[in-house]
Design a protein around this ligand. Structure first.
Ligand code: M6R
Length: 612
């Protein structure tokens, strides 16, 4: 949510900052801006509502040539997205300029106090308040570092900040609390960013800041201290992804690339973690909590959005194969409802970004009560990955499209591996079944590839429905969460209203919506609920609904019920969601593309939701 880039070194900072902002744009794209310290040691700012490219086209590149600068791409929280509310923000004396991710919760109180001190404001943002607060302390101390420290101690809420000071124009000060920030360590230069994708073009060596960390960057390097002025040390880590992974690679959109990447990403999730001959799974990051896992009285799964749907699938898997009760919670609800948490509970938190504020808060709540916390996370080194007691990375690689696709299938694969590992240890599954599952797991990438090769078939169905106003998605058992995910994918990128339901629930309300205009997508593989789903299809057919069915390759009977069929290869129920969601990803992608929607950056959304 919002992206920060800053550069200090010997090169022209503007192109580096703009390139970084373009890589960060998936985090927010309401407005963008930069502040550069030119060779006259003065700070010059430029900002524009809209995408980074609008700012990039409008800025005078011959003028902004300094080698120290900060930039921001915004997802609005306080104040409408316009030029004025765009970051960076100056204090009223044009001394401090700041870019900020997060929310200053007590900004109104601080603003009132500053107004009493004769400070004036020109924007509606909490960030401008912080710039003025830093300046307020700068006027008292005449020391930039001290002023930032004193201001941050007063602030309640979350922040990742980078700021410059006109009176100390040789440095950038950065700090974080609840909003990610990292330093890229180059040769004679430092790049600060909220996300590794803005750094990877320049260096692979990074230092992840932790909550409460502050760093002062100069051309000579940087030093780290806590906001409370205590010495701290952070290791330098090496980024493990390739530049290609954050480029479109010839596809029209990142989303399409990421859908098509799934044969490889799924393989990356399980590679080296399962023995196909014995069915034994080893997940290194969970080994030291194995006792907790097999003796857990209950699993609580917390997540948001797509990751929550993956959690719902895991509920079916873990209860069926491990015999341990599972509760799946929206992280945002869990944190505020005084949940009962015991020390023998294990919380599994699922998050692509590893930065989702609500999921992180749920983990902190569980830790407070002594539960064991486990992360199923994509972004390496993210806050959730670092705060949980143990975890497993899904290894899906950077996901840039705002609509999650490859992360979802890799989350499902990771959760299947966790399930098999626990079932193997607890002996809740016969070896024969474990081996059978492991053998089928090996076939999954090839089966996904088969669907990718026939994506034109899915596209034909999408073209029929591109002007539809509403959609229903229905599934049962393992495929009920797939129905939810299919509906979420469609609504977030095409803005078509869509709902997912357990198929049998239809009779309890949604059936009233069915008429000849309503497309209903049934997820109906040949499993033990097949006959039931066929009855549900008949009910819709009787009311003239338009029937689209995700059906097994070998299901011949289905053509007598369906108006359109999205074929999927057959598999075991535990892997069915991984395959069945893929035609739904394509359906939503092609519908959105046909409607001319901005598929990778849908309106109002941000890739990682680091505010409540
Ligand atoms: O990064 P996370 O997995 O924690 O994000 C959770 C949701 O915000 C995310 O899945 C969101 O729903 C996506 N836009 C879905 O496509």
């Amino acid at each position: 949510m919002c992206g920060i880039v800053g550069y200090i070194g010997n090169r022209n900072s503007l192109p580096i900052i703009i390139d970084g902002l373009k890589h960060l744009e998936y985090r927010g794209y309401d407005s963008a801006g930069v502040s550069i310290i030119n060779s006259d040691k003065k700070i010059y700012s430029f900002k524009k509502a809209g995408k980074v490219s609008i700012m990039d086209d409008a800025i005078d590149k011959d003028f902004y040539t300094g080698s120290i600068g900060i930039g921001h791409t915004r997802w609005a929280t306080h104040g409408v997205p316009n030029d004025i509310n765009a970051h960076p923000h100056f204090d009223m004396y044009d001394n401090i300029v700041i870019v900020h991710n997060g929310i200053i919760e007590n900004y109104k109180y601080i603003k009132t106090r500053l107004i009493e001190e004769k400070y004036t404001f020109i924007t509606d943002t909490d960030t401008e308040v912080l710039a003025n607060l830093i300046n307020y302390y700068f006027r008292k101390t005449k020391n930039f570092e001290k002023a930032v420290r004193m201001a941050l101690i007063e602030v309640e809420g979350t922040y990742g900040i980078a700021c410059l000071c006109a009176e100390e124009p040789d440095k950038i000060i950065v700090a974080r609390k609840g909003s990610p920030l990292m330093l890229g360590i180059g040769n004679g230069e430092t790049i600060v960013s909220s996300d590794a994708s803005a750094i990877i073009n320049h260096t692979k060596n990074v230092v992840y800041l932790e909550d409460g960390d502050m760093a002062v960057l100069t051309k000579q390097g940087f030093f780290l201290k806590s906001v409370e002025d205590k010495d701290i040390f952070r290791n330098t880590e090496v980024l493990d992804f390739l530049i290609d992974e954050i480029e479109k690679g010839g596809f029209d959109h990142f989303m399409l690339k990421e859908i098509c990447d799934q044969p490889e990403t799924i393989q990356n999730t399980y590679r080296g973690r399962i023995n196909f001959e014995t069915g034994v799974v080893k997940l290194g990051g969970l080994e030291h909590v194995m006792d907790k896992l097999i003796n857990a009285k209950r699993f609580i799964i917390t997540a948001c959005g797509t990751a929550w749907h993956a959690g719902l699938v895991a509920e079916y898997m873990i209860e069926q194969f491990c015999g341990i009760p599972v509760e799946v919670e929206y992280a945002s609800e869990f944190r505020y409802r005084r949940p009962i948490i015991r020390t023998d509970d294990v919380m599994i938190s699922i998050s692509q970004s590893g930065e989702t504020a609500d999921t992180l808060a749920a983990i902190r709540e569980a830790k407070k009560f002594g539960a064991t916390t486990i992360g199923v996370v994509n972004v390496i080194g993210s806050t959730i990955a670092r705060e949980v007691d143990a975890g497993t990375y899904i290894h899906a690689g950077p996901e840039i499209g705002v609509a999650s696709t490859k992360a979802f299938t890799s989350q499902l694969m990771s959760l299947a591996l966790i399930t098999l590992m626990i079932a193997g240890e607890k002996k809740t599954l016969p070896d024969k079944t474990l081996i059978e599952i492991a053998q089928e797991l090996k076939n999954i990438p090839e089966k996904i590839k088969h669907m990718i090769d026939m994506r034109e078939e899915y596209k034909k169905v999408a073209e029929v429905f591109k002007d539809t106003k509403n959609f229903l998605y229905l599934g049962r058992g393992y495929n009920f969460p797939v129905a939810l995910e299919g509906a979420l994918k469609l609504k977030e990128i095409s803005y078509i209203h869509a709902e997912g339901y357990p198929a049998a629930e239809m009779k309890h309300g949604p059936i009233a919506l069915i008429d000849e205009y309503m497309p209903v997508v049934f997820i109906a593989p040949k499993d033990r609920t097949y006959e039931k789903i066929i009855s549900n299809i008949e009910e819709v057919k009787a009311r003239k609904g338009r029937i689209i069915v995700v059906a097994s390759d070998d299901d011949e009977q289905i053509s007598s019920y369906a108006d359109h069929i999205l074929r999927v290869p057959t598999t075991l129920p535990i892997f069915a969601p991984i395959l069945n969601v893929i035609p739904l990803q394509f359906l939503s992608y092609y519908i959105a593309a046909a409607r001319g929607c901005n598929v990778d950056q849908p309106r109002n959304l941000a890739k990682s939701v680091t505010v409540e």
